[in-house]
Design a protein around this ligand. Structure first.
Ligand SMILES: [Zn+2]
Length: 212
């Protein structure tokens, strides 16, 4: 067992080295795959943080800087919707109140509105990871990445919750008969005082039981 006092970020690194393939890829920087989102849940005591990364293409239908007023409205609507976590998932096993939500729509809103974004750096990591995993089936953007390095964008969402107790989150539910935004898969990784693991949610099973 890893000592409780080890910071969560360190535990995540330790965990990622031994985790299943998809969790490893996520923790190492994430591969961009249309239709596939990742969710990391980390918990310490009563504090739970959930970070979700979604391909912009899957959420708003495009992933370049918006070009039309309509596209801009689509992005704003998506951002507003994503500020409400229940539009993506519901936590079970504990009662948790949202204390903070941040939506980063990245490069699809343009450089002037996302000054902190570093798409070039991100793409380099992306390519490094892909070359390190060049036989990996999920490396679907090799040619795209080389010819147009900034052609892919992710939307990142971060939520903080304060829960009634430090009891385990037992389940993350995404919907009744489908995943949000018509996603094909959500890779879920959790690291907490009460356990850690990884699993996948699919349209036919749009939830993950956090079995440790
Ligand atoms: Zn893309």
């Amino acid at each position: 067992m890893i000592a409780r006092r080890v910071p969560i970020a360190v535990r995540l690194l330790v965990f990622s080295a031994a985790a299943i393939e998809s969790a490893y890829i996520w923790a190492a920087g994430g591969l961009h795959e249309h239709g596939v989102a990742t969710l990391l849940l980390s918990a310490e005591g009563q504090n739970v943080q959930v970070e979700v990364t979604l391909p912009a293409e899957s959420v708003v239908g495009f992933e370049t800087e918006y070009a039309t007023t309509e596209q801009r409205e689509t992005v704003e609507q998506a951002r507003t919707a994503l500020l409400v976590p229940s539009h993506l998932f519901v936590l079970h096993g504990n009662t948790c109140a949202l204390t903070d939500a941040t939506v980063d729509v990245g490069s699809i809103l343009g450089a002037s509105q996302s000054a902190s974004e570093e798409p070039h750096q991100k793409d380099h990591e992306h390519e490094d990871l892909e070359s390190a995993l060049d036989d990996h089936k999920h490396s679907i953007h090799d040619e795209d990445a080389e010819s147009a390095p900034n052609s892919h964008s992710d939307i990142s969402v971060s939520y903080r919750f304060e829960c009634e107790s430090d009891e385990a989150i037992t389940r993350v539910a995404f919907g009744t008969d489908q995943l949000p935004f018509g996603l094909e898969r959500i890779d879920v990784l959790w690291v907490a005082d009460w356990g850690q693991g990884a699993a996948q949610a699919l349209p036919e099973t749009p939830q993950v039981t956090l079995q440790n």
